[in-house]
Write a protein that binds this ligand. Sequence first.
Ligand SMILES: Cc1cc2nc3c(=O)[nH]c(=O)nc-3n(C[C@H](O)[C@H](O)[C@H](O)COP(=O)(O)OP(=O)(O)OC[C@H]3O[C@@H](n4cnc5c(N)ncnc54)[C@H](O)[C@@H]3O)c2cc1C
Length: 221
Amino acid sequence: MLTIESRTTDVLVIGAGVAALRAAVAAREAGAEVILCCKGIVGRSGNTIVSTADISAYIPALGPDDSEETFASDTIQTGGSIADEELVRILAERSGAALLDLERLGIVLLREGDQIDRTRGAGHSRARTYRADSKGLGPNKGLALSLPMTERARGLGVQCLDRTPVVSINRVMDGSPVRPRLTSLGTSLCRSRRRPSCWHRAAHRTCSRARTGRSRPPGMP
Ligand SMILES: Cc1cc2nc3c(=O)[nH]c(=O)nc-3n(C[C@H](O)[C@H](O)[C@H](O)COP(=O)(O)OP(=O)(O)OC[C@H]3O[C@@H](n4cnc5c(N)ncnc54)[C@H](O)[C@@H]3O)c2cc1C
């Protein structure tokens, strides 16, 4: 039987990769009520977990060898000059502080003594690539980012919904403030007996299994 549940929240975050988890933490830290929906398992889905967990950032305190301009120019050149220059400028300006803030969120950066380890990553003309410690996490090194962020988000009171693909969002103008209303149907509510490996009957027409014949969509355990 299909059950439909309505929820209201200040902020709805869709997805649970690094971007979504960081946004959820920021919104919660700013005092908002936050629901985070993930079509897979929160902290264990998306490109984030298969990444190498290498993070490039410009940290001004590391000395005059590097600069925002050099970081930005490497980024634009390596990206085949198709990057949005304004966004690259913001990245160059804020990446250092954002990187160091990861430690506050529980992510362990590899260190040599007091110094955070840095290497010269692909596409960078300076040693400004840092790595999260993924020892013991197996091949999915990106878990070194996503698991601590998930723990932090949950600890702050973000409501994390696993296996909850957002299938539609209706914006309803019902006075101030405007709140988006979403329809999300979790696997546990609607797993089909006739198609046991189809995780979501309502989404079946568009899910990757229907398109590719794979038994599960990417990111599903
Ligand atoms: C092999 C590989 C190695 C990489 N290595 C690096 C690296 O070393 N350094 C680096 O900086 N970058 C690397 N990248 C790129 C990096 O992984 C991505 O840029 C980054 O993880 C993107 O994060 P994200 O949060 O935007 O998206 P994702 O991590 O892909 O997260 C998307 C989330 O959205 C969820 N989702 C999608 N649709 C729905 C829906 N309808 N409803 C609910 N949830 C939904 C997914 O389940 C997932 O949780 C690598 C990428 C790959 C593939």
